[in-house]
Design a protein around this ligand. Structure first.
Ligand SMILES: CC(C)(COP(=O)(O)OP(=O)(O)OC[C@H]1O[C@@H](n2cnc3c(N)ncnc32)[C@H](O)[C@@H]1OP(=O)(O)O)[C@@H](O)C(=O)NCCC(=O)NCCS
Length: 168
């Protein structure tokens, strides 16, 4: 498979937060943000792999600042790193007031999803290599490798604890 660039899969979603996205105080639900992140990450992963994909995991999500009703939210998703059948997709979320004195975009969230490509029978399927070109893309790829190593180390350690405790 030919390598694909990060840019080829980069996806931008814009959503205008309305009353159905918010709680009674006018702040956007965390779950609403996560759903939009998942959607943006899924599109980026489909673009990279040209396959159906599923969300296998969500490594980390940060809520840096609240998002309010009426904010325009922009989600930018790109593939950070790929392995055999899985990809890490990073999503950066910014929010802006479309009117008024302060319309500057604010960084509100970052999330890292693991998406797995599936073949027509629903089995994990190999994905093309990633071509990280800019310094930022290469940094994101290195950091994705650290998150994967930590994830696998944590899983092995938890398994060892369970086995030591005689659990399944
Ligand atoms: C994700 C899923 C396809 C993995 O299936 P599996 O039988 O465990 O397949 P494998 O063991 O071959 O793993 C496939 C890849 O998924 C990765 N993976 C599996 N579980 C994972 C997890 N919890 N977190 C991160 N990556 C995971 C593996 O590391 C592997 O990656 P690699 O091939 O790049 O090394 C399967 O668990 C699944 O379908 N889960 C449900 C997904 C879902 O319903 N999502 C919500 C709706 S989209």
């Amino acid at each position: 498979m030919d390598p694909r660039s990060v840019k080829a899969s980069t996806t931008v979603l814009v959503h205008w937060m309305s009353v159905v996205d918010t709680n009674n105080a006018g702040f956007v639900h965390g779950g609403t943000v996560l759903k939009l992140c998942d959607e943006a990450a899924g599109i980026a992963a489909i673009r990279h792999s040209s396959r159906r994909v599923v969300t296998a995991g969500l490594d980390r999500v940060t809520f840096v600042e609240p998002i309010e009703q009426g904010d325009l939210v922009t989600l930018t998703a790109s593939v950070n790193a790929v392995w055999r059948t899985s990809m890490e997709v990073g999503v950066r979320v910014t929010a802006e007031r479309p009117r008024g004195a302060n319309t500057a975009p604010r960084h509100t969230n970052t999330a890292y999803f693991t998406m797995v490509a599936l073949d027509d029978d629903g089995r994990p399927s190999p994905v093309p290599p990633l071509r990280s070109e800019s310094e930022d893309e290469q940094r994101r790829e290195r950091e994705a490798q650290v998150r994967r190593r930590n994830r696998l180390t944590e899983r092995e350690e938890l398994l060892r604890h369970r086995q030591a405790a005689g659990e399944r």
